[in-house]
Design a protein around this ligand. Structure first.
Ligand SMILES: Nc1ncnc2c1ncn2[C@@H]1O[C@H](COP(=O)(O)OP(=O)(O)OP(=O)(O)O)[C@@H](O)[C@H]1O
Ligand SMILES: [Mg+2]
Length: 373
């Protein structure tokens, strides 16, 4: 117990008891406030009050005004108690306030917890979804890679077929020239001898022999023409430009088409495979013009562009829808597709432009040096 305060209390109480009904208890409330400030509880105040009373009672004469004395000391104590009671009441109130807030907080916490649970299950659901998407992506990527690998294989196979085809053409062409044509020429020589040796008057026989000779001659020309188309020997012997000149001349004569050609001599520096590719592309493009374009003039030009050879075949005929033709389902046409395959096989590129009113242009470019493609 605070001795200074106990002393003050004793003094205050004594003075109050001495005043005999004139004190209003203000001093008691002041002491109560001091007790509160010193951290005392009502029970501590009661103890302090009892001790003060005991000290006063020693010298007190109880013979008169005993009842009054008891009333006054009780009054003093009640007054001193007021600040402590008030403080306790305030504490009680703030405690209940706190409790109320606490329960509100608890409700909030519960609501938060359930929202959290919902969020967590949403996160789990999303994660599963993401996983699914990732798996799908991986699946498509695998499919894409597989299809790329298959395309590569297919391309390789096509290239092999084209190369084999070229070799076979070369062989057939040589056989036609060397074997079939020679045999036909031999037959013709025989027929001529027979014609000369036939007895005069056997007119019919002579006429028949002459007719057969004509037929054989036509066959020789047809076989020559076929052999040239299959694989012009000129291409191997003299080069691309003479082969194209010969081919253009023969096509122009047969199809009544004007073919204008300009060429850059350096093209012969290309390897045999690349020259053959250019010949085949020109052959296909020119055949297409003759077959489909209804053109009157075709321009064939071979020029040099940065590190490459460019060949263009332009006609003034009717145009066609290139994309639709190439992408058409069940496209069994091999001309345009084959052109592209051949060009890409040697690391080049092919473009086909066709527009109403301007006709069609096929543009092929082949690099001089080998590309890794
Ligand atoms: N210069 C052109 N002018 C107009 N149409 C063309 C020309 N070149 C091609 N075409 C059109 O494109 C189509 C496809 O040509 P492609 O060369 O692929 O096939 P094709 O010539 O019909 O048959 P093949 O397989 O014997 O070459 C042709 O059928 C034709 O309709
Ligand atoms: Mg064609």
């Amino acid at each position: 117990m605070n001795p200074v305060l106990a002393q003050r209390y004793l003094k205050g109480l004594r003075a109050h008891l001495r005043l005999n009904g004139r004190g209003n208890g203000d001093g008691a409330q002041g002491l109560g406030r001091a007790a509160l400030a010193a951290g005392m509880a009502p029970v501590d105040l009661a103890v302090m009050h009892e001790k003060a009373l005991a000290a006063i009672a020693v010298s007190q004469d109880f013979s008169k005004n005993r009842a009054e004395w008891f009333k006054r000391k009780a009054y003093f104590f009640t007054q001193a108690l007021i600040p402590l009671e008030a403080a306790q009441e305030a504490a009680r109130r703030s405690h209940s306030n706190l409790q109320q807030r606490n329960s509100t907080l608890r409700l909030h916490t519960l609501a938060l917890a359930s929202a959290n649970r919902r969020l967590q299950s949403e996160v789990v659901r999303r994660k599963a979804g993401e996983q699914q998407i990732r798996k799908g992506k991986e699946h498509y990527r695998t499919l894409f890679l597989e299809s790329q690998a298959m395309q590569k294989k297919l391309r390789k196979l096509t290239h092999q077929i084209i190369s084999a085809q070229e070799d076979e053409r070369k062989e057939i062409s040589r056989e036609l020239h060397d074997e079939v044509v020679q045999t036909l020429v031999g037959i013709n020589v025989e027929l001529a001898g027979l014609g000369r040796g036939a007895a005069v008057g056997v007119r019919t026989l002579k006429a028949k022999i002459a007719h057969t000779q004509k037929l054989v001659e036509n066959s020789v020309n047809a076989v020559h023409q076929f052999a040239r188309e299959l694989r012009p020997a000129v291409l191997d012997d003299l080069g691309l430009i003479p082969a194209l000149v010969a081919y253009s001349k023969s096509l122009a004569a047969r199809k009544r088409l004007k073919i204008q050609m300009t060429a850059f001599g350096g093209v012969e520096a290309l390897g045999a495979v690349k020259r053959t590719v250019l010949f085949r592309v020109a052959q296909e493009a020119l055949t297409n013009v003759a077959r489909h374009a209804h053109a009157t003039v075709v321009k064939l030009s071979i020029s040099e562009v940065a590190g490459a050879v460019r060949m263009e075949i332009s006609d003034n005929g009717k145009s066609f829808h290139v994309r639709n033709t190439l992408l058409a389902k069940n496209n069994k046409r091999l001309g345009l597709v084959g052109m592209r395959e051949r060009i890409e096989m040697v690391g080049g590129s092919l473009a086909i432009e066709s527009a109403p009113g301007t006709g069609t242009t096929v543009r092929a470019e082949i690099p001089f040096t080998e590309s890794k493609a």
